[in-house]
Write a protein that binds this ligand. Structure first.
Ligand SMILES: [Zn+2]
Length: 365
């Protein structure tokens, strides 16, 4: 089968990957669509550094469990596919059922993330294996392309849930990349407001407004905290930092209002100096968040399926398995791209999935 693999920092197309065989508890999935995640871009560039940080923190290579970065690495964790076959003795939805799952696997030691592997293909492939127990059916009629956004949007839902922000309380969102956009959409759905965001890119500022921000400023023209003050809104906003480059946290500490809570969504791999005085003088709380729970993943899929969140404007491109490397490069330009999907199947097959594999509304009622 075909796959695009990470080899020494670049995505390489292969057509000689063995099709995986489902074992007990596993299901073979034919991938219909898989979003390219910023985390994958980051891993392609800084995989070794990430592995080193995880190992320093835990004393074991938790994130990259036995991963050999000198060998081909399978990635792709924002996938939607159709059930092909189940492993021996495994209960699974009928073949043809469109499903997704959070990128995890159930092991003897509990649930573990499943983002990178030397042996098991991910979503940048024709086929992949998923744990039957983690499968979620994609609701009838939902375009598989839109359903791939359940994963990245769950990140925003988790950040907002962890922040405990009350409906009616305002928020500042710094950065309108995929993570910032997911936070904005979750804040809007939660009833938080006003939502004031910032981004350097005009295209992303537009997307931020489309996804629910009341105002999105260009920080070169007006700082986001100045824009917040201009609204005159009370009480103190919750601040979401979704840029993740060194220097951002100190800047936020310096500018944030008294008693603000700062939720850190953007992941910087670099050491990043802060000035504790700013935080102490204003009694700022810092909170770091990552990923999401299984319930949040399911809720994220439901929100997209029910039309509570329209993720279509986020999808800015589609490529085949041969062109994943170019998608990785193109995502560097925020003016052109937010989310690129890898579509291993032909367009007409995807359309066929949408119209024939789902029961029609009449036959369901
Ligand atoms: Zn992701």
């Amino acid at each position: 089968m075909r796959a695009s693999v990470l080899r020494k920092g670049s995505m390489v197309y292969r057509d000689d990957v063995p099709t995986p065989v489902p074992g007990e508890g596993q299901v073979l999935i034919r991938v219909l669509a898989c979003g390219v995640c910023g985390g994958d871009l980051h891993f392609a560039e800084h995989g070794a550094q990430l592995a080193e940080l995880a190992e320093k923190m835990t004393g074991a290579p938790t994130l990259t469990d036995g991963l050999d970065l000198d060998a081909d690495v399978f990635m792709g964790h924002e996938y939607v596919g159709e059930v092909v076959a189940a492993g021996p003795g495994t209960e699974a939805p009928e073949p043809g059922t469109v499903v997704t799952s959070m990128p995890a696997m159930i092991t003897a030691g509990g649930m573990r993330p499943r983002l990178y592997s030397n042996t098991s293909p991910g979503g940048y492939a024709d086929f992949m294996l998923l744990d039957a127990a983690l499968l979620l059916p994609v609701p009838d009629g939902l375009d598989p392309r839109l359903a791939t956004l359940a994963e990245p949007m769950a990140v925003g839902l988790h950040a907002v849930t962890m922040s405990s922000i009350e409906p009616g309380t305002g928020a500042i969102v710094i950065g309108c990349g995929p993570a910032g956009i997911a936070v904005i959409a979750a804040l809007k759905a939660h009833g938080a407001g006003p939502i004031i965001a910032s981004d350097l890119s005009p295209a992303r500022r537009g997307l931020g407004r489309m996804m629910g921000a009341d105002e999105v400023v260009d920080p070169r023209t007006e700082g986001v905290f100045d824009a917040w003050e201009r609204t005159g809104a009370h009480p103190t906003p919750v601040v979401f930092e979704a840029v993740g480059v060194p220097g951002m946290l100190d800047d936020v500490l310096r500018r944030a209002p008294f008693a603000a809570r700062v939720v850190v969504v953007g992941a910087s791999m670099e050491p990043d100096a802060i000035t504790p005085y700013y935080g102490i003088a204003k009694e700022i709380s810092f909170q770091f968040v990552q990923a999401y729970t299984p319930d949040e993943f399911a809720e994220s899929l439901r929100r997209i399926a029910d039309g509570e969140i329209d993720v279509e404007p986020m999808i800015t491109g589609e490529v085949g398995l041969e062109d994943v490397e170019s998608a990785f490069a193109d995502l560097g330009d925020p003016e052109r791209h937010c989310k690129i999907l890898v579509i291993p199947v032909a367009e007409h097959e995807l359309t066929a999935v949408r119209t024939t594999a789902y029961p029609s509304n009449e036959s369901r009622s």
